[in-house]
Design a protein around this ligand. Structure first.
Ligand SMILES: [Zn+2]
Length: 375
């Protein structure tokens, strides 16, 4: 067995999937971060305003773009930026998987009413979501949040096609979040289908907007629907954005990465940590080290000083997922799995590698996704 190795720059180590060190002792995630820094150059606001003006001017549609919102800092700030700084008229969409916290819903409501923008919620049938999520837990894969993450994509593309919208802004920032390893977050419709088939009850899903890789590629290439991670182009600090949103929009803090959704909290801080022995915060903390926002020691202290989740909250989540004591025991005793154990789009993605590389060059395919799913 290989001995334990850690990157000399960040706190990623050989326990993280796909981790490699070069001869200087720097990891591939740090290298990717550097490359993304050169692709996503930070621009002055007035240059961005000029660049995105055409979305308004060339558009006969009611809406200039779509903005996805979760109620967390990143997406709320993205909405503010699109409406107030870029001066675009967005349609705002929220995907409701049944796990929103009250705080997140309140944050969305405050933003929408103050900005006076049109807003829709894509509400997924709760029974479907419960069955989908539960099947992922029973499969004991590291990424049981995938049905929700993919549902967001599905709902976004569906709405773009219905409303004839070609540009989607979303609040992703590799500088604050980093990129999750493929094995920890394989967002793919075929993966969802395979797991549900094996670990679900096989009943038909009513309105789950499943979308596979081919359909996503079709939307990007033929329908020319573009996703724009706008935070990557600005000097974005989550802490400052949070302060700004609190003052400007009565934003409320929910504490922790993606904790606007209770299921994310349960997955990251209970399931992943206790059953699979990892903490995905190591990825975002490492990104912050690369950006000079944290030292290695500070990041390690944050990871080590975390308190375990309140048992009442854990019980509430297990009850909501309808996972009983016997099922919980069988999850604990079963062997961990991941996307490689199931039929997914990975083979087809690998086959069409060269096309995807071309699409990245044509600026049609997101380089962050290329790094994650193709490389
Ligand atoms: Zn590194």
């Amino acid at each position: 067995m290989d001995s334990f190795k850690e990157c000399k720059v960040c706190i990623l180590n050989s326990s993280v999937p796909e981790f490699r060190l070069d001869s200087s002792g720097t990891c591939n995630y740090c290298e990717d971060h550097k490359k993304l820094n050169s692709i996503y150059k930070i621009e002055e606001e007035k240059i961005l305003v000029e660049k995105f003006k055409k979305l308004r001017e060339k558009n006969s549609n009611k809406y200039d773009c779509l903005v996805g919102i979760s109620g967390g800092v990143d997406s709320c700030y993205t909405l503010h930026f699109v409406k107030k700084i870029l001066n675009l008229n967005p349609l705002v969409i929220h995907y409701d998987d049944g796990w929103n916290t009250e705080i997140a819903s309140k944050n969305i409501k405050n933003m929408i009413s103050k900005l006076g923008v049109d807003y829709i919620t894509y509400v997924n049938d709760w029974n479907d979501m419960q069955k989908l999520y539960k099947s992922f837990f029973l499969a004991k894969v590291p990424d049981p949040g995938v049905p929700g993450d993919l549902g967001i994509f599905g709902a976004i593309f569906k709405t773009c096609n219905q409303e004839n919208i070609k540009n989607v802004f979303f609040g992703q920032s590799f500088r604050t979040e980093g990129t999750q390893p493929r094995e920890w977050s394989f967002i793919d419709g075929s993966y969802v289908k395979s797991i549900y088939k094996k670990y679900g009850d096989n009943s038909k899903l009513e309105n789950y907007p499943n979308i596979n890789f081919i359909e996503i590629a079709y939307n990007i290439y033929f329908k020319r629907i573009k996703t724009i991670p706008i935070l990557n182009y600005i000097n974005y600090s989550k802490e400052n954005a949070k302060k700004f949103l609190i003052n400007e929009y009565k934003f409320e803090d929910y504490g922790g990465y993606h904790f606007e959704n209770s299921l994310s909290k349960f997955i990251n801080k209970y399931y992943n940590k206790n059953f699979l022995n990892f903490d995905r915060d190591i990825i975002s903390l490492s990104a912050k080290i690369r950006e000079g926002k944290l030292s290695k020691n500070e990041a390690k202290q944050i990871l080590n000083n975390e308190k375990p989740l309140d048992q009442n909250f854990v019980n509430y989540c297990l009850m909501k997922l309808r996972i009983n004591e016997i099922e919980l025991q069988s999850i604990i005793n079963s062997k961990p799995k991941n996307y490689k154990n199931f039929f997914t789009s990975y083979n087809i993605i690998s086959k069409f590698k060269f096309i995807l590389k071309l699409l990245v060059k044509m600026r049609l395919f997101n380089p962050i996704l290329y790094n994650k799913y193709v490389k």
